[in-house]
Structure formats: C-alpha cells, structure tokens
Design a binder for this molecule. Sequence first.
Ligand code: KG4
Ligand code: ZN
Length: 336
Amino acid sequence: MKKEPLILGIESSCDETAAAVIRRRELLSDEIVSSAQLQARFGGVVPEIASRVHTDAIDEVVSRALCVAGVKKEELDAVAVTYGAGLLGALLVGLSFAKGFAYGLNIPLIGVNHIRGHLAAAYLEEKTLEPPFVTLLASGGHTAVLYTRSRSELEVLGGTLDDAAGEAFDKVARVLSLPYPGGPHVEALAREGRPVVPMPKMLKGAGGYDFSYSGLKTHIINYVHNKEQRGEEWSKADVAASFQSAALDILAEKTVQAALEKKVHTVTAGGGVIANGYLREKLSLLCGRAGLHLVLPEKKRCTDNAAMIAAEGLLRFEAGQFSPLTINAEASIPLR
Ligand code: KG4
Ligand code: ZN
C-alpha cells in the first residue's frame, strides 16, 4: 500500500455541500457551502432546496477543496462519499458526483455511513488515536454511547429511546421562537439564563446507557403553554439553561460511566450537539475528574463536514473496504 494515501471526501446528506482532502490524517482542505440560512426561512430543511443547492455547489466545492489542498485530481488515491443516512435527493447529488470522479480517475470509491463519519472526526483531532475508546455520538438524528473495541468492532452501549439530542434542541428552539437550526441559538440564550426551572426526573431514570428526550420536551412545551395561558412572566433564557443542562448532563455522565465500566482510557465524541460549549465543558470536567483522556473534534468538525467523511474513508481504505459503482443512496442505514 502507498504510504500516504490522499483521499477526497464528499458530503451532501443534508443542507451542507462539503469537500475535503486529507493526506493520511493530515487535513489539507475542508470546504463547505451551506443552505442552512436559506432553509431557516422555512423553519427546517426543505429537501428540494437542499438538492438544488448541492447541484449548484458541488463542482465548485470539490474544485476548491483540491485547489486549497494543492492537489491535482490525478494524485488522489480514493474518493470517499456519504451514501446514507440522509435526504435521498441530497445524497444522490454527492454520490453521483463521486462515482463519476472515481470512474473517470480509475480510483476506488468508498461509500461512507454519515454517522461513522461523525465518529471518525476524532481521528483528525488526535493523529495517534486508536481504539479502544468510548464515544458519545449526539447529532440531529442519532444519540448514543458507543464502545469501539478495535477498528472493526463497534458496540452500541445505549442510545435515545425516542428523540435524538439535536432534535430535542431543535424542537425546544421552536417552542422558544428561536430560528433553525435550534442548537446554537438555545446555547446562546442559555448563557443568559440560570437552570432554575425544574425538569422531570424521568430523563435520569432511563436505564443502562439509554436516555429519553420526549418527556423533557413535553414538559417544556407544557411549562411554556401554562405560563402563557395564565399570563405569568417567565424567562426564556432560564428555560433554555434548564433544558440544556437537563439534556446534556446525562449524556456526559453516562459516557464517563461507560468508559469506566469498559476500562478504557480515552473518550471521544462526535455529531452536531458536541459543538455545544456547555457539553464540551461538562465532558472535560467529568473526564478530568475520572482521569480519562478526552478527544473532542473542533466545533466545526462536529457539525456536518467532509473532513470527517474523508477520515472514515481513510479507515476503510486502510482496511481495503471499497464500494462498487452500483452503490445506491440510502435514507436510513444502521450504524454498522
Ligand atoms: O451532526 P449534525 O450537523 O447533523 C446530523 O447529522 O444530524 O447535527 C445537527 C444537530 C441539529 O439538531 C443542531 O441543532 C444540533 O446538531 N446542534 C447543536 C449545536 N450545534 C448544532 N445542539 C446544541 N448546541 C449546539 N451548539
Ligand atoms: Zn451529521
């Protein structure tokens, strides 16, 4: 095998069109065009708009990624691309483009599971990272605590029984009349408030490494409606701060608990919610106390990006796991 594989990563599963080039675990470029602001007008992602923006942007984003990296496309060793999970039309834009690229250059195509990409972001943060480690995954569609025993052995220790953490942030943001995507807005508002609004206990009660968000979400909806119906004063910032700590403390606690039980020394994290400053601080506090080494991807590599797809592509490349050109986009795929 060539010593330093050069991999182009492409991501288009939702509202970000992204391309990145890595040489081994060194990131050479990381380009992104987002339709999030456009989507914010509609209060969520409109699949047709996402597909159109991807179609308009993909060629330029990939060219820019190659140019910034100072790499000619003929030098690439493989193209890694998200094939699922995500919006089908959006995925097809990136996947079709990647297939054409791989076929034209006669290099391998590597279909990447988007969620595995989020997990792989940590490898870019710490170049020497190797399993075993425990990972907290928290995105808009998934929330789970995972144990990576070796590069090929991944165990799901637990996850949400209903809504994903990011989804809960987005729904609570809507109740608080904050724009899409809700997470960063709830975080900003929470900084101005105090966690004084009582939250339901049931969240902590969920067994093992599982957790539940629907009770918390319903509690907040009821709290806001009751206050408004009675014409009572209430603080949006306090609700945001109370929700944020209730939703995130449990994630950090269960992750550390899992790492101790599995006797690993390292904890990693990935997914959009890991960009949350409160959660990052909580994780580093609890990991520090437990003597665990924490690897947190940079904030911009927690939300959707192509560098993480290239990073997962590298793991697959090293394992010789390539995809046929007939691979299709899939709206939902299991983690493994
Ligand atoms: O990983 P991601 O970019 O896309 C998916 O694969 O789902 O995650 C997006 C989710 C959204 O629900 C968004 O509100 C949430 O991550 N998010 C945050 C923050 N930034 C993004 N949640 C809490 N705090 C943040 N700072
Ligand atoms: Zn994502």
